[in-house]
Design a protein around this ligand. Structure first.
Ligand code: SF4
Ligand code: SF4
Length: 324
């Protein structure tokens, strides 16, 4: 039967620093996530209750009364949905904020220095209660995942259970043996966002002096990816002109960054646009905006270098604007 629903509301969960959410996709539009539970700090969860609440939300959605967060969301889609079953197969682990980078666009409140709650007990509990299925995806948000004390254990837990897909977002500053160990598996994707093609621009955007370390690590990971062709992706978050001194929005930066990715043996590149800027300017964006020209330039130059191109959330939205 055809109706409107969402894969995230059906089977995803996002563990955040002090709450649990269905997804993070309302963030760009509302600066708030669609919550499952407030004030969470690693306590054992009542999964029966959480699944009953999820079922109610899904029923509301099916009847055409989704949460305000979902109404205009790109993931709220009409199609033939299978009968819903109460399990989680997409888990986003994002319960810490500490990071070895200090990006000017970072959303995280790093001043509060919240200690991350222990995550392995949650995973073990989910597995014991048959809530967790491994045919979906594990994604690390954060904070910088390689700084998490439990990072290697979490990775081993999911890989031992044959997780179908893993997405790791890392600053790339600290080299991880665990990522190196698993990056050659075809189900594994690592994304690193250097956002710049020279040390000065990197330092202005990231506010740490780690340009060379990051590209050295990218190269090491790319070497370890072997036949996992798109295992390592570099991401360029375009900071439009309104960022002034911080902007990386030039053809020169984009071109040199793509060349650097290619020289580092990366086969896959990702284009995105800074989300705060997008939230502010989205109604003024049209095909003639200078940022769109850079976006198209990125595509054109990446194709010349035979690089596989992907888009994250805002990048996708721009792509649909161009296709209108
Ligand atoms: S429709 Fe969008 S906001 Fe709603 S649960 Fe799905 S991804 Fe999240
Ligand atoms: S790498 Fe990510 S978590 Fe770290 S400062 Fe940058 S945006 Fe924030």
């Amino acid at each position: 039967m055809k109706y409107k629903s969402c894969e995230f509301l059906r089977h995803a969960i996002m563990f955040w620093t002090n709450e649990i959410d269905y997804c993070c996709h309302s963030g760009i539009r509302f600066f708030e996530f669609y919550k499952i539970k407030n004030s969470y700090n690693g306590e054992t969860l009542d999964w029966d209750l959480l699944m009953r609440e999820r079922k109610t939300q899904l029923q509301n959605m099916k009847e055409g009364n989704p949460s305000i967060f979902c109404k205009d969301c790109q993931y709220y889609e009409e199609k033939d949905w299978d009968d819903w079953e109460p399990y989680i197969n997409f888990i986003i682990i994002s319960h810490w904020t500490h990071c070895n980078s200090n990006c000017i666009y970072c959303n995280l409140d790093k001043k509060t220095k919240m200690k991350p709650y222990n995550f392995m007990p949650i995973l073990k509990d989910m597995k014991e209660k048959n809530i967790l299925k491994f045919d979906g995806r594990l994604s690390f948000g954060g904070g910088e995942p390689t700084l998490l004390k439990e990072f290697d254990k979490i990775m081993d837990f999911f890989y031992k259970n044959n997780i179908a897909s893993v997405q790791i977002n890392s600053s790339g500053i600290k080299f991880s043996k665990s990522i190196e160990k698993y990056i050659s598996q075809e189900n594994t994707r690592l994304t690193i966002s250097p956002d710049s093609s020279d040390a000065n621009t990197y330092k202005t955007i990231k506010r740490v002096n780690k340009f060379n370390d990051v590209w050295k690590n990218i190269k090491k990971y790319a070497k370890a990816q072997k036949n996992n062709e798109y295992g390592v992706s570099t991401k360029f978050i375009l900071l439009p002109f309104e960022f002034g001194v911080y902007s990386n929005a030039s053809k020169e930066q984009i071109k040199n960054w793509l060349i650097l990715s290619k020289e580092s043996m990366v086969n896959s590149v990702i284009m995105d646009i800074e989300s705060h800027w997008y939230a502010h300017y989205k109604n003024k964006l049209d095909k003639n905006h200078p940022i769109i020209e850079l976006y198209q330039y990125f595509e054109q130059e990446a194709k010349k270098l035979d690089l596989h191109i992907e888009y994250y959330a805002v990048g996708e939205l721009i792509k649909s604007l161009l296709n209108q």
